[in-house]
Design a protein around this ligand. Structure first.
Ligand code: PRP
Ligand code: ADE
Length: 252
């Protein structure tokens, strides 16, 4: 009963969408029984047929998310970077009190800003003889693969423990809010290869240091680390020492 009424509501809410589909693909009660959320379900992001970023994701509601006005733009000459910076949402007190969480999911909703992000990295790293793009779980898996494909490198996932099925080497590391371990498949890279390490964000630098150590342990040269965001007050860049770090936006 609940399914049928929900179908009616959805079909009337989104007529341009549902009416353009063949009848076999229109929302049917049969599908909705599987997909039906519990009655308390409230989507984190509003259902939206418009492909542009919903206004509610750009302008935070009632003080529970904010754009950081002091977000500084690196390499300020490039107008794409300001748009990338403003597409990143900041959620105070997530996942713990005191953490200003930099939420890149809103950047992913902005097709121009997301593409510009990838393009800026590709422009920097193409023709640098990089054969490996190593992406750190989880958010390095979003930015790493398109960069790897565009520069003709392989993508190597640096994973949380017990996720990779083959033989692994591992490194423990500390985070802004906890500790963790990183693993890489043995044989994914060869000694003498040249790697770029990609993540969405550098805070204390512990994550990137663990990735660098894993790669260098097997004889790979880490050419540079690259992130979308840097939190400079956590001094991750210092922790990386001599290893070059390229970022697009900084909270300083
Ligand atoms: O510079 P650091 O202090 O090491 O912190 C940066 C790391 O923290 C976040 O990942 P997180 O560990 O929260 O994992 P997730 O992406 O799986 O949520 C972020 O995506 C970086 O990987
Ligand atoms: N403030 C932050 N926002 C998003 N990811 C993080 N990882 C570590 N600190 C973070």
């Amino acid at each position: 009963m609940q399914s049928a009424s929900l179908v009616d509501s959805l079909n009337s809410l989104f007529p341009p969408f549902t009416s353009s589909l063949p009848s076999s693909l229109r929302l049917q009660p049969r599908f909705l029984r599987i997909l039906n959320p519990p009655s308390s379900f409230s989507p984190a992001y509003p259902l939206h047929t418009d492909r542009s970023t919903p206004a509610s994701l750009r302008s935070p509601a009632a003080g529970d998310s904010v754009q950081i006005p002091e977000m500084a733009v690196k390499d300020g000459q490039d107008p794409r970077i300001a748009k990338i910076s403003s597409a990143i949402r900041v959620i105070p007190n997530f996942p713990k009190p005191g953490i200003m969480f930099q939420d890149i999911t809103t950047l992913l909703l902005d097709t121009k800003a997301f593409k510009d992000t990838i393009d800026l990295f590709v422009e920097r790293y193409r023709d640098k003889n990089i054969s490996v793009v190593a992406g750190v779980e989880a958010r390095g898996f979003i930015f790493g693969p398109p960069i790897a494909l565009a520069i003709g490198a392989k993508f190597v996932p640096m994973r949380k423990p017990n996720k990779l099925p083959g033989e692994v080497i591992s490194e423990e590391y500390s985070l802004e809010y906890g500790t963790d371990k990183m693993e890489m498949h043995v044989g994914a890279v060869e000694p003498g290869e040249r790697a770029l390490v990609i993540d969405d964000l550098i805070a204390t630098g512990g994550t990137l240091c663990a990735a660098i150590k894993l790669l260098e342990r097997v004889g790979v040269e880490v050419f540079e680390c690259a992130c979308v965001i840097e939190l400079p007050e956590l001094k991750g860049r210092e922790r990386l020492g001599e290893k070059p770090l390229f970022v697009l936006v900084s909270s300083a």
